[in-house]
Design a protein around this ligand. Structure first.
Ligand SMILES: O=C1CCN([C@@H]2O[C@H](COP(=O)(O)O)[C@@H](O)[C@H]2O)C(=O)N1
Length: 350
């Protein structure tokens, strides 16, 4: 290799790989690729003329849903059973005598839809902290309700049509399952291994170190820290972490729920200001498993939330996880530190 190839390594210029300890996988970081010309798909900007109330929208107060039920005139959060559930509480067992290459397992659960607010033309960052606090309280209630029966309760929000959201009314979904899905099962394994090897929970140590180096911190407060994780895959991916060791949303104090509402509003406002649009993302909470695990030692777990936004360099150009990402490994075009600088430069316009 000739001399200039031996110049000192600069992560902002030179390709390299970063290890994601939660998923036990490597991400290829090719920082210089942001400069490539783009002649590919251009997303249409998110519609911004959503009416505050649409009697034909089945998520609105007073509307009729697909199953014929009429929603109450709710004035805060509202939860209902998904009329098209991916999981139902009772289904016949597929049996267990299967060839190793043709295995089937039973899957049961409950799917709920949770509206954040009665208005369709509002999003979490535009809600008052007290209204966001009510969303958090409802999340806690649902885990308390479903947790004893199901080992996993997945709270997730698909925001924006770009993320496959089928309804513009502000909402999230809660799917409780009789099994530990792949992603939490992987996070359970990696966090357990880390605690055994290092003597403290992975994400407790990670939050402490990120708070020290201050190279990827997007927003922080007394109880919470949000970073573009060192191993981020999506361009503006963020990881929301408590500063203290806490297993589940149900373990949060009232003060921590208030500070969570506040920091969520700050993060989501920054997201909206990044490209001056209502920022699309898929997000979800990962806390210690529930069900029979409620009586086990799950101290290797740390509660955290993942935000996975698709946009790459503008309101209309997204990152595609296809080709190399599907066939080889995850790859990103700008470093997490460069993504953070874009966040930091954005004034808090809203
Ligand atoms: O009448 C309806 C409309 C939509 N839904 C449900 O609302 C959910 C909307 O969530 P998404 O926008 O994330 O797809 C979707 O899963 C859909 O099944 C009902 O349960 N009843």
């Amino acid at each position: 290799m000739d001399n200039d190839k031996k110049s000192t390594f600069d992560p902002k210029e030179h390709q390299h790989m970063r290890y994601n300890p939660l998923r036990d996988s490597w991400v290829l970081v090719s920082a210089h690729r942001m400069k490539r010309p783009w002649k590919g798909q251009v997303e249409k900007p998110s519609e911004d003329n959503i009416p505050r109330h649409d009697p034909n929208n089945p998520l609105c107060p007073g509307s009729t849903r697909a199953n014929g039920e009429v929603n109450p005139e709710y004035d805060s959060t509202f939860v209902f059973e998904n009329d098209f559930p991916a999981l139902q509480p009772d289904a016949p067992d597929p049996g267990s005598d299967h060839h190793p290459l043709f295995q089937t397992k039973a899957a049961r659960g409950v799917c709920k839809v949770m509206c954040f607010h009665p208005w369709s033309d509002i999003t979490l960052p535009l809600m008052q902290p007290g209204e966001i606090r009510k969303v958090i309280d409802k999340w806690v209630e649902l885990i308390e309700e479903l947790g004893p029966t199901y080992p996993w309760v997945q709270i997730f929000e698909n925001k924006g049509a770009m993320m496959g959201c089928s309804n513009p009314h502000p909402h999230c979904q809660v799917w409780a399952s009789s099994f530990l899905p792949n992603e939490p099962a992987l996070a359970d394994r990696t966090q357990r291994a880390f605690l055994q090897e290092h003597g403290e929970p992975m994400l407790v140590q990670y939050a402490r170190k990120e708070a020290q180096v201050q190279e990827r911190v997007v927003v922080e407060n007394e109880d919470w820290l949000i970073v573009v994780p060192y191993w981020a895959t999506w361009p503006f991916q963020t990881l929301l972490l408590p500063r203290r060791h806490v297993l589940r949303l149900t373990d949060l104090t009232g003060k921590e729920r208030d500070s969570l509402a506040s920091i969520m509003k700050r993060l989501l406002t920054k997201y909206d200001n990044l490209f001056e649009i209502s920022f699309p993302y898929s997000m979800g909470w990962h806390g210690a498993p529930t069900g029979t695990h409620l009586t086990e030692d799950m101290s290797h777990w740390q509660l955290h939330a993942h935000y996975y936004p698709p946009l790459l360099r503008s309101a209309t150009v997204r990152k595609f996880m296809v080709g190399y990402e599907m066939l080889a490994q995850e790859q990103r075009d700008l470093t997490p530190e460069q993504a953070l600088l874009t966040f930091v430069d954005v004034p808090m316009r809203k």
